[in-house]
Design a binder for this molecule. Structure first.
Ligand code: NAP
Ligand code: MG
Length: 516
């Protein structure tokens, strides 16, 4: 018998309609009334101030403070580890069904607060209505999906019978882990990375990204209401470069669940490999890293579809998605025609505050804006700037949607992840050449092909080295349970979040043999 109704993805609102728009503006107004509050650490379900704060601001109105989160320091690491182990000892003893019910309760609380949670991200992360709602919907989906997946792992695994013995193999939780998410899906990724391991009996210390600690605190409010035992989920914001190493190195850290940049991921991988004094296990490390995602357009493609898919993939959330298209690889025959249609679409994108629901909003921070401008400067030396390239609106960290054409394969903007609204359009001789260019990257996260030619589509299915390949649509927006997500090569561990194998990564198998 199934415990819960079948999984369904959370529906989206149609924000072209006045009703949903008005409901969203109402949520924004309610959130606006709560700006500027303080959020302490939550250790063992209890608040703790640290005397230092991370100030979170609105990317689209940079002087506006969203809230302050307590900044954890080295002194809080032993207390949080102790609380997490206490939580672990209780939680790991609960049955899978008891835990799953707690998750479904959490999802219900988040669903009731859906527009409010989205509105926090509009203000804290610079996401327009549809982007922020999708982030919230994905978070709820992770909780509902993992609740159901966990139940499948409660049963012993099938093994062959053996005369005179009883043999059982079953899965158990592993311990306390550190969860380190990025700011770009500050609710969805944080929720998925936290609830995955927790669903199967582990406890976690969550260190949110420093650009988005307030939405993480809102998630924590939902966690507290849902009734997790103290210490199972701990809210522990702090500077990655201050406390990251200490959390990763800690001898009692059993696993690290990280999503972020390649550089930080590689550092974690190395440090976690070293067995520290007093450590009695090998740490499990899951790293979901960057991308340099390519969309190929061939000579048979519907060019209007291609231009629309490219614009949505390249500039949705200002190109700040790991799945964002940053290389548009077009075969010579249709290069000029496609470039013209693409520029027309991108040029029509209006730029303004997320709160006003503009399609293009500010990038996350001054630091990000500066780094993207650095790539634009390099791009001007190595390729042809055909659109944008400048900052816009001084009230926020705005950048014009930017297109470079005729980008050579070895240009920095063709090779390195920029993580902003900058697309490199590249010319390929033919489809084979386009595939070669697409695969010539250390990353392999998402990719796409726009084509009407079956032979090309089948070749891409076999040869395109991307963990998530999309055909004849945009290359962003993976759905939980429908499109398990994760990349090849240096894009990371390919844990496939939102997929059927995810929870297994946070468990280990025990085999018991009894001879009678
Ligand atoms: P980031 O700079 O690597 O930061 C990610 C997290 O790591 C933050 O919480 C950060 O904390 C923390 N951190 C920084 N230094 C650390 C250290 N020495 N030890 C431990 N933790 C440390 O990445 P980001 O700018 O937030 O996110 C963008 C990147 O994430 C892009 O490369 C993007 O492609 C990737 N991403 C990948 C996926 C995927 O599924 N593959 C999904 C989304 C994003 P602070 O904020 O305090 O510095
Ligand atoms: Mg900010």
């Amino acid at each position: 018998m199934e415990l819960f109704e079948p999984f369904r993805n959370e529906p989206y609102s149609d924000f072209t309609q006045e009703g949903p728009q008005q409901a969203y503006r109402q949520a924004l107004a309610e959130v606006r009334n709560q700006l500027g509050r303080d959020y302490p650490l939550i250790i063992g379900n209890k608040p703790l101030e640290t005397g230092q704060w991370i100030v979170s601001s609105n990317p689209c109105a940079k002087d506006e403070v969203i809230g302050r989160a307590a900044k954890a320091q080295a002194a809080q690491i032993e207390p949080v580890m102790a609380a997490a182990y206490q939580g672990y000892h209780e939680w790991s003893g609960w049955s899978m069904a008891e835990r799953a019910r707690t998750l479904v309760k959490l999802a219900a609380i988040m669903r009731r607060r859906k527009l409010e949670l989205a509105a926090w991200m509009t203000l804290e992360a610079g996401k327009n209505y549809a982007e922020a709602e999708a982030d919230t919907a994905e978070a709820i989906d992770f909780v509902e999906y993992y609740a159901r997946q966990s139940l499948r792992l409660a049963e012993p695994l099938p093994t062959y019978p053996y005369p005179g013995e009883e043999n059982t193999s079953f899965l158990i939780s592993i311990g306390v882990g550190v969860v380190i998410p990025p700011w770009n899906f500050p609710l969805a990724i944080l929720t998925g990375m936290t609830i995955g391991p927790v669903a199967v009996g582990n406890a976690v210390i969550v260190k949110p990204a420093s650009d988005t600690p307030v939405i993480a605190a809102k998630f924590m409010e939902c966690v507290l209401e849902a009734g997790f035992p103290p210490g199972v989920i701990n809210y522990f914001p702090g500077g990655g470069s201050d406390i990251g190493d200490a959390l990763v190195d800690h001898p009692r850290t059993r696993f690290i669940n990280f999503t972020g940049s390649l550089a930080v991921g590689l550092r974690i991988n190395e440090r976690a490999a070293k067995v520290q004094s007093g450590q009695t296990w090998l740490k499990k490390v899951y790293l979901e890293l960057g991308g340099k995602d390519a969309l190929i357009v061939d000579e048979s493609a519907d060019l209007d579809l291609a231009a629309a898919a490219a614009a949505a993939s390249g500039y949705g959330y200002q190109g700040q998605k790991c799945s964002a298209m940053s290389r548009l690889i077009v075969v010579d025959k249709v290069y000029d025609a496609l470039l013209k249609k693409f520029l027309a679409r991108v040029g029509a994108l209006k730029l303004g505050p997320a709160e006003g629901n503009y399609p293009v909003n500010a990038v996350i921070s001054a630091k990000a804006q500066e780094s993207i401008l650095g790539y634009i400067a390099k791009g001007k030396e190595q390729a042809r700037l055909v659109l944008g390239g400048k900052t816009a609106r001084p009230d926020g960290h705005y950048l014009e949607p930017t297109v470079f054409a005729d980008v050579p394969e070895d240009a920095a903007i063709a090779c390195e992840e920029i993580f902003g609204p900058v697309v490199a359009v590249m010319r390929a001789k033919d489809f084979s050449d386009a595939l070669r260019i697409a695969n010539d990257s250390p990353y392999g996260l998402t990719g796409g092909v726009i084509s009407r030619q079956r032979e090309h589509i089948e070749r891409a299915r076999r040869e395109f080295m991307a963990g998530n390949l999309y055909v004849n649509r945009k290359i962003t927006g993976a759905l939980v349970g429908v499109q398990p997500f994760g990349g090849f090569k240096l894009s990371g561990s390919n844990a496939k979040a939102g997929g059927p194998d995810y929870l297994r990564l946070f468990m280990e198998m025990k085999t018991v043999t009894e001879r009678f």
